[in-house]
Write a protein that binds this ligand. Structure first.
Ligand SMILES: [Cu+2]
Length: 252
């Protein structure tokens, strides 16, 4: 860590550019659960509540589900009734929309890597952008459009509850070019994850079936091997947990 900071400072000095903190990078998510679908449906007449008489009659939704093989999240964005002006941006925001529909209460952009607003997102390096900055990474809604649709996979968003990049308890917010908020909605799960999905929970399920044959524990020598084998495909953490589990069994 310290080395990389020193190197990048050295690099900046060498090229005569003002030293800038290197941006944190978001990790690609590979264990999103299959089947799960979530939708953020924009409410009718939200723009009136938000006090923008020229807010058009924006409607639409943002659908989120796992990318192929659990990698990233596929977003399908569909809006109509956009007001005049633009380009319009939209983001996942840090907090949910409260009961009264006030988009201002959704806080700042969802930014678990804490990279902040500056410098602006560089599309060619999406891993360095705020995870919630969807318009920054995949394009804003161009000016002059009353409808818009887009579909893309963001590798860094997570559908695994409890992980840093999990966003289904947050909101999506659409903005005028001056950043004021036109409309917003919370994500809601419309289809649950299916069993046998590729979450971190899937691997332990496999090892469970390996040693829940009968109430009595199997001969201790075979356990760590079986658990290790069934978990090896999942993650280092899984393997570590399996080894730890095995070690604890041996101690008992
Ligand atoms: Cu926003």
């Amino acid at each position: 860590m310290r080395t990389s900071v020193a190197l990048s400072l050295l690099g900046a000095a060498a090229t005569g550019v003002a030293a800038q903190k290197p941006l944190p990078t978001a990790a690609a998510v590979t264990n999103n659960p299959s089947c799960l679908v979530a939708e953020a449906v924009l409410p009718e007449n939200a723009w009136q509540k938000n006090g923008f008489p020229n807010g058009g009659n924006i409607k639409g939704k943002v659908v989120a589900k796992s990318g192929d093989g659990g990698v990233g999240v596929q977003f399908n964005v569909e809006v109509s009734g956009l007001p005049e002006g633009g380009p319009f941006t939209y983001h996942i925001h840090a907090k949910p929309v409260p009961e009264n529909g006030n988009c201002t209460a959704t806080g700042a952009h969802f930014d678990p890597t804490e990279r902040g607003e500056d410098p602006v997102c560089d599309k060619s390096k999406p891993e360095t952008c705020q995870i919630g900055d969807l318009a920054g990474k995949y394009g804003a809604i161009p000016a002059g459009n009353t409808t818009f649709s887009a579909s893309y996979v963001d590798k860094y968003a997570s559908l695994v509850e409890g992980s840093d990049a999990y966003f289904l308890d947050r909101s999506i917010v659409f903005h005028f070019p001056n950043k004021t908020r036109i409309t917003c909605a919370n994500f809601k799960i419309t289809e649950p994850a299916c069993s046998g999905s590729t979450t971190g929970v899937a691997a332990p399920t496999g090892s469970d079936s390996a040693h829940t044959t009968g109430g009595a524990p199997s001969p201790s020598g075979t356990l760590p091997v079986a658990a290790g084998a069934s978990l090896s495909a999942s993650s280092m953490t899984g393997v570590a947990a399996a080894l730890l589990g095995g070690a604890m069994m041996l101690m008992l």
